[in-house]
Design a protein around this ligand. Sequence first.
Ligand SMILES: *[C@@H]1O[C@H](CO)[C@@H](O)[C@H](O)[C@H]1NC(C)=O
Length: 362
Amino acid sequence: MERASSWLLQLLLFLAAIRLARAAPQVPCYFVFGDSLVDNGNNNDIVSLARANYPPYGIDFEGGATGRFSNGLTTVDAISRLLGFDNYIPAYAGATNDQLLTGVNFASAAAGIRDETGQQLGARISFGGQLQNYQSAVQQLVSILGDEDSATNHLSQCIFTVGMGSNDYLNNYFMPAIYPTSQQYTQEQYADVLLDQYSQQLRTLYNNGARKVALMGVGQVGCSPNELAQQSTNGVTCVERINSAIQIFNRRLVGLVDEFNTLPGAHFTYINTYGIFEDILRAPGAHGLKVTNRSGCCGVGRNNGQVTCLPFQTPCANRNEYLFWDAFHPTEAANVVVGRRAYSAATPSDVHPVDLRTLAQR
Ligand SMILES: *[C@@H]1O[C@H](CO)[C@@H](O)[C@H](O)[C@H]1NC(C)=O
């Protein structure tokens, strides 16, 4: 009896030690802004075609179909894990006070830098709306922490990732039947107009306490199954017109990072999602992937014309070999590659000027 209880005590001490040994996260908090690539449920209760809270979405995620546009993890889930958080950063919709302290995710599928972007898909929270939600969250943090100085100090230690722009091309500029922007602006002018607005919005983020900010570039949207199926001449070659417009945007985004870094206390960085995708397409095998063409694991390619997976559609079995999960969104396998290289750059061109691991230590 005595022996058994001392054994139990030792076991409890051992378990407590394991818990203590679990490293604290590298930063106290992580806030996320973006679109469907990182939305984790903010669109679930709004009237929109851009929703993913039904199977087979989340088929490989412990919590099932949460609203993530992936079979499993998104890029920011992978990043939050690498930063040492025990839990994934929760959606702002329905977040508790405790969760506000460690950070929340404001991302909304179909959202853009421009307010009208994505409107043909229904309601969404544009980047402007996400910033309004963030400002409410900051006010709540001030009352939780007691005063503005404490909130400012807390926020200055948080990581922020912001990934906007894909929809301003896909669900705006390159949808001329619905949006007039491609008649109003050349690709160069449109990038300027977007960057002007983005810059003002990011200034709001900075004015509300954000200091460690990573701007995720727009990926190779012209190589997504949807664009390959609809706009590629042979269904195989990436749509150059789209990719070249996105590269103009990305190049100016790098310039914006340099500008922000002249502000007091600012540590901005650029994550070269486009280049990382290019690397994967050049050597899929080296990244453990086999299918990088217009066959998504579910959606277009398996069922032409379809944009999201249909409810309860049976997806491919070998999901970890696919680059794309549905017509627009990468699989967990691809998201994990992007998250890993954003956190710890594999080549100098992955980030500008620093990776997230370095940003966390600033
Ligand atoms: C895409 O690649 C896979 C694997 O190589 C192949 O089985 C499939 O038929 C291809 N799909 C299309 C639409 O070419």
